[in-house]
Design a protein around this ligand. Structure first.
Ligand code: DP6
Length: 324
């Protein structure tokens, strides 16, 4: 039997070309490839301990006991892979600033995939780890790697996983997360994207567009062209949100303050500062910019938000094992 305890850290990632829709909802196979940046400041630490003494899985998040309805099916996958039949205690800490309202499922399932597989005695390759993390939450498969990452959609469990595109980022790119509202999102990404796939008349156009966006954003990245890069990311995000408006029933993650941030970014851009925005399944806005422009952007947003609502991040590393 392998080591029964392991602890891992994984960082969250923000998609620049979004994943928005599943071809297979059980296996979490996406409809399109996506492209993301792993961030340094937001991460999850998770310790997994398998024990014959446990009668069920136990899950503690930020020192509070949680339900195991979501985590047990994931742990069952690990048990199946490792041919193991005992339960586990899972202790997790989210290092995302309090009330940041940023999605943590990506870092959570990437850290859990690493810690649980190692604790179960498995020694998975990055690709196998990415496939396992994907089963918890699609975007988690990208958090296995640092820097810029592409999730190759594939067509079945074996062929759908993320690969690093640029592990070490030698470009002073940053993201400013503007926390306009830290409340739980009203429509989760899982339900939102499914409604879109089933009802938006524009969904085929989205699939065609994302394929082009992935090619173009890689070119812009390699050329270190912040304006091209930012424009592709911003327009991709707006197309994703346009799908939500075109669904039935239609929905939106925009809040008045989200729109104010977007307007401010456009205004700063007209003044010559290269900054662009992206948004996910919630009202918070993430601004893409170069490090040299971050102070000016923070100063402009400082009149609208508190310091705690403006979180600056740089490219971060892939999943790693911690001592425990
Ligand atoms: C808008 O990965 O949270 O952030 O696979 O259903 O768990 P599930 O969804 P999730 O969706 C992320 C959607 C997004 C875009 C992205 O990260 O690519």
């Amino acid at each position: 039997m392998g080591k029964a305890t392991a602890m891992a850290r994984a960082h969250t990632n923000i998609a620049l070309v979004k994943y928005w829709g599943k071809a297979d909802t059980d296996l979490i196979i996406p409809m399109n490839n996506s492209f993301s940046l792993t961030l340094d400041h937001f991460y999850t630490d998770t310790k997994v301990t398998f024990s014959n003494d446990l009668q069920a899985d136990e899950f503690i998040l930020n020192d509070k006991q949680q339900e195991t309805t979501k985590i047990t099916p994931f742990m069952n996958l690990v048990r199946q892979m490792a041919n193991k039949n005992c339960f586990a205690k899972i202790e997790s800490t989210n290092h995302v600033p309090t009330a940041a309202g940023l999605a943590s499922s990506a870092s959570a399932y990437a850290a859990l995939a690493k810690a649980a597989s190692v604790a179960a005695g498995l020694n998975l390759s990055d690709i196998k780890l990415s496939r396992l993390a994907r089963r918890g939450s699609g975007s988690a498969c990208r958090s296995i790697y640092g820097g810029f990452v592409e999730w190759l959609k594939g067509f079945d469990d074996k062929s759908s996983y993320a690969v690093p595109f640029m592990d070490k980022v030698d470009w002073p790119i940053q993201m400013i997360a503007v926390v306009v509202n830290a409340q739980e999102k009203k429509i989760g990404s899982r339900a939102g994207m499914q409604t879109v796939v089933e009802t938006s008349p524009y969904y085929d156009a989205w699939i065609q567009q994302t394929a082009k966006d992935i090619v173009a954003i890689k070119e812009a990245l390699l050329a270190q062209d912040i304006d091209k890069f930012g424009q592709i990311a911003e327009e991709n995000a707006m197309k994703m949100h346009a799908l939500n408006l075109s669904a039935s029933p239609h929905f939106s993650y925009f809040e008045p303050a989200s729109l104010e941030v977007m307007q401010k970014v456009a205004e700063l851009r007209s003044q010559g500062i290269s900054c662009y925005y992206t948004m996910d399944a919630g009202p918070n806005v993430k601004i893409i910019c170069l490090k040299k422009d971050t102070p000016a952007i923070l100063a402009a947003l400082g009149t609208m938000f508190n310091k705690e609502q403006l979180l600056v991040a740089s490219p971060g590393p892939g999943v790693q094992l911690l001592d425990c």
